[in-house]
Design a binder for this molecule. Structure first.
Ligand SMILES: Nc1ncnc2c1ncn2[C@@H]1O[C@H](COP(=O)(O)OP(=O)(O)OP(=O)(O)O)[C@@H](O)[C@H]1O
Ligand SMILES: [Mg+2]
Length: 365
């Protein structure tokens, strides 16, 4: 299997910088997801790793070997596109066997390897069909089989589930993850869907504006976003970021008379980051808010959404800031009601509004 290393890898199209110099190491057997909004450079990054796109500068190492200027076929990496990359006029069997024939493998080897991968993906009954006659999910399984049969050192997948409907996406997501657990092949998976990224990635590389915003486990990017972009982008809805001013252990939130007492273990970090006092963003996930009659922060219910197991409350905490709170279904909240809440001290985060970077306790030590 393989380690993939990007060292200051950059891509320009003329004057336009599609990927700013990027450092990234993907470990052997790891499942890494590149996540970010449309146009942030995910596909371009993947294409540079595969060799389909030449780098403008920088170095790509595969297992320590410099492959930067090698042809895609010399890199031992399989690229799984969206499902329509199958050959429509030949059978599923021939589609899957195609890369092995191209490599000049013997008939026996081809038969054996096709059977292995077909058993793995449970598509033996489809071997004689033409891809055009198959459902989206089955076409995607065939496309995966064709990539797997090569036994490459690494897999690159660019939104492979993008064309499937929601139910299929979920089951295919689990299948791909299971396949990865079985095979342990180094995988780089591109998506703009943060739910998919959270569900599948060992680590997530969050990108925007042609650069990496944060690299971390799903739990790290969710609970400890490195900046305001990641805080907002991960989660649906994203993290609440209430504006306020910090001084002497308290944040006076903008608007109403809301004063939030900063947990003791954060005060030193805030004091240091803000030079004693200053403007700050108080970040908390909707499930980190705890509704209680004596909560320090008050707001007015602006809208409510029943989301099955719970209710999402939209709370107006001042004239232009609406935050989201996840509440028990059992409570009845009417539009216009005042709601008071506190924030779970283990789940509160702080950001510097000027730099938009997270304030961390580690930096204060
Ligand atoms: N061949 C090209 N020539 C010029 N610009 C390009 C080329 N390929 C990509 N770009 C631009 O580079 C930027 C990054 O594109 P890329 O396809 O990598 O984005 P992406 O993150 O994969 O987006 P999406 O989620 O929409 O697939 C975009 O602004 C795109 O328009
Ligand atoms: Mg793309």
């Amino acid at each position: 299997m393989a380690t993939i290393e990007l060292q200051k890898v950059e891509k320009r199209f003329g004057d336009f910088q599609a990927v700013k110099p990027m450092d990234l190491t993907i470990h052997d057997g790891e499942f890494v997801v590149l996540l970010g909004p449309s146009g942030c450079g995910k596909t371009t990054t993947l294409r540079m790793i595969s060799g389909l796109e030449a780098v403008t500068s920088g170095t790509i190492l595969l297992d320590g070997r410099n492959v930067t200027w090698l042809h895609p076929s010399e890199r031992d990496i399989a690229f799984v596109f969206q499902l329509y990359a199958l050959y429509p006029h030949i059978s599923v069997r021939d589609n899957i066997a195609f890369p092995l024939r191209a490599q000049g493998e013997s008939k026996e080897t081809i038969e054996k390897r096709v059977k292995e991968v077909v058993d793995l993906l449970q598509i033996g009954h489809l071997l004689d069909a033409r891809p055009g006659k198959l459902s989206g999910g089955d076409q995607q399984r065939v496309a995966l089989a064709r990539a797997l049969v090569r036994r490459p050192a690494a897999f690159l997948m660019d939104e492979p589930l993008g064309a499937l409907d929601a139910d299929f996406r979920e089951s295919m997501r689990a299948e791909i993850k299971q396949l990865h657990i079985d095979q342990h092949a180094t995988t780089v998976y591109v998506t703009h869907d943060q739910v998919e990224a959270m569900a599948m990635g060992d680590r997530i590389v969050v990108m925007s504006d042609a650069e990496i915003q944060q690299i971390g486990t799903p739990s790290e990017v969710y609970y400890k976003p490195a900046n305001v972009f990641v805080a907002r982008f991960i989660g649906s809805p994203g993290m609440n970021l209430a504006r306020g001013h910090y001084s002497e252990g308290r944040v006076r939130l903008k608007g109403q008379n809301n004063v939030y007492a900063v947990p003791d273990d954060w005060q030193q970090a805030l004091g240091k980051a803000l030079g004693g006092s200053g403007d700050v963003l108080v970040g908390f996930r909707p499930e980190a808010a705890r509704i209680s009659a004596d909560g320090p922060i008050a707001g007015e219910v602006y809208a409510t959404e029943l989301q099955g197991a719970y209710v999402m409350l939209y709370i107006n905490i001042n004239e232009d800031e609406i935050i989201h709170i996840r509440a028990e279904r059992i409570h009845q909240h009417q539009i216009g009601d005042t709601v008071r809440f506190d924030i779970d001290p283990r789940m509160v985060r702080f950001f510097d509004p000027a730099s938009e970077r997270a304030i961390t306790r580690e930096a204060a030590q």
